[in-house]
Design a protein around this ligand. Structure first.
Ligand code: EPU
Length: 302
């Protein structure tokens, strides 16, 4: 979708919002898949209520883009514009055991920064790609760590109330890959409380998680991480593997040979290739195990 109305363009410029016209989201997502739209880069949190009012009053549909690491976007010209927070400086501010982090900050970089300041707890999250905001929204986790455990405060834009709000950690529920945020809430910043730990000890934990990840996940390839959530008490990856589906492909969309719950883009896969593969695997798992797998990956489909 393209914004061409000069009134909107002028208002965006006044708000300090940068418009990247005709951006291919295939270049903004880790899967390397996705059509084209205008990307609006937001520099100041305070401009968000006015920006959203502007878009709504001109009937411009929009979606919030984080780091694009857990996202499958449809092909072609997209029927929404994408909004993204620009990176800010400093991304992390520390005070004792509290870390105030901008939602646009890279999660891995943040974990490392906190570690260097003797703040641990998040070792398991080191290899999880994406932004802190994205991790927060879906309570990212790995190797026994979930970000939600450490959340004490979240600053967000609440689309329903059309205003910026700050929630305490105990006002938010964090479950397995799920939070109580509304789908159109936009994460802006978070305050974490992290346990003190010597850097060397944290580094050891980070190394162990990195090794496990390297041994079991296709890190060098384009993917959105795990495609399906694990059903209670079971492993989606193991079920898909047991059905012998590693290597199954539709066009360049392919079930990874290394981890069966990772579907990779081995070249120039389209969203429809990937969606067909997802539907096929889901159907086979349902038929053989009687389990309907839920998507873990976020889908942007009209
Ligand atoms: N397994 C197989 N074949 C496979 C893949 C896995 O037999 O192809 C078996 C493993 O041997 C193991 C079990 O299935 O016994 C579980 O596998 P793994 O330890 O790799 O963990 P997972 O449950 O598949 C989850 C998260 C990952 C996270 C890892 C490590 C989900 C959907 N996935 O994977 O998160 O990195 O644990 O904590 O919860 C993601 O969210 O995108 C993601 C990759």
């Amino acid at each position: 979708m393209r914004i061409e109305d000069p009134k909107i363009l002028e208002a965006l410029a006044e708000m300090g919002v940068e418009l990247r016209s005709g951006t291919a989201l295939s270049a903004e997502t880790h899967l390397g898949i996705g059509g084209t739209t205008d990307l609006l880069s937001i520099k100041s949190h305070d401009s968000i209520p006015d920006l959203l009012n502007l878009l709504d009053s001109h009937h411009v549909p929009h979606k919030f883009l984080g780091g694009g690491s857990n996202l499958l976007v449809q092909d072609g010209e997209l029927p929404w514009v994408a909004l993204q927070l620009a990176r800010s400086e400093p991304e992390v501010t520390l005070a004792g055991n509290f870390a105030r982090i901008d939602a646009a900050a890279d999660l891995g970089r943040t974990v490392t920064y906190c570690a260097k300041n003797d703040l641990g707890g998040m070792e398991g999250l080191i290899g999880v790609p994406g932004t802190v905001g994205g991790a927060l929204r879906m309570n990212a986790g790995a190797y026994g760590t979930q970000i939600g455990t450490y959340v004490r405060e979240v600053k967000l834009y609440r689309a329903a109330a059309r205003k910026l709000e700050t929630l305490r950690g105990d006002q938010i529920s964090f479950e397995y890959r799920h939070t109580s945020f509304a789908p159109d809430d936009m994460m802006l910043a978070v305050k974490l409380e992290l346990p003190s730990k010597p850097f060397k000890e944290i580094l050891q934990g980070i190394r162990i998680c990195n090794e496990k990840r390297r041994a079991s996940q296709p890190l060098g390839q384009k993917s959105a991480g795990c495609i399906f959530k694990n059903p209670p008490g079971a492993s989606a990856g193991r079920m898909i593997d047991e059905l012998g589906l590693k290597g199954l492909s539709v066009g360049d969309a392919r079930v990874s040979d290394r981890h069966a719950n990772f579907f990779v883009n081995a070249g120039t896969a389209s969203a429809s290739d990937m969606l067909s593969l997802i539907a096929d695997v889901r159907e086979r798992v349902a038929k053989n195990f009687g389990v309907t797998l839920e998507h873990e990956v976020v889908l942007w489909l009209a």
